[in-house]
Design a protein around this ligand. Sequence first.
Ligand code: PTJ
Length: 244
Amino acid sequence: MTVPESHPRHRSLLIRERLVAGVKAGITSQEGLIAHGRGEAFDYLLGERTINSAIHASRAAVATMLAAKRPVLSVNGNVAALVPDEIIELSRVVGAQIEINLFHRTENRVHAIVDHLRAHGAPASEILGEQPDAALPLDHARSRVCAAGIHAADAVLVPLEDGDRCQALARMGKSVIAIDLNPLSRTAEAATITIVDNVVRAIPNMIRLARQMEGLPEDRLSEIARRHDNNRALQDAIREIVSQ
Ligand code: PTJ
């Protein structure tokens, strides 16, 4: 079915189609469709637009990634289907590694995501996650990480995360940047910085901000990151939802 451009939910329906294609290609989990439905509901309440506090959070997130010594972008099945080019571009502009880390992990899906990112221009040697050799203190598949990637990272971007891993990463002393449309989730609360926005808008915004900020001195970047108040940003997002 082709979605007509005149349809009021055109963009939203195209995003759904990308995820369904992701499932068919073995990239996205079926559970990923359900997770997307929850996100879609919050996006609807936000007016499907980037709110001011998400821009501020994105700025603090980019400052954190640029100032970090070992930044890593964690990629799951939804992110790979929705923003493959953008994740690769962001990794280049902030100098971060990409690591595949799945909640519903199967080796086939990890390989399919690596192939997919490769087809979108990422050098295979730069994608971690196929051979995890370290563990986070968690009792599910997301504990399996790479020693040279997420395990050693000082800053990790975790779009569409589960609360457990977010808390575990934060307890390890890492700066954790979440992208989550639900400002009430455990992930949103546990992250150092939460961007309450759709990944399809948040990652392009981060790329744009990174290009503007890449020349800033490290102490200025650290100050921007330090000044961010995650609780306040979440309260702002809730206020935006209520006032819609
Ligand atoms: O590919 P896998 O196996 O790693 O699985 C990925 C999912 C997303 C299925 C897994 O991480 C999961 O079950 O996530 P949760 O716990 O359902 O959380 C997903 C969160 O992401 C929810 O709070 C949603 O509101 C939010 N979300 C969904 N779609 C988007 C989103 N946030 C930003 N942008 C979206 N497009």
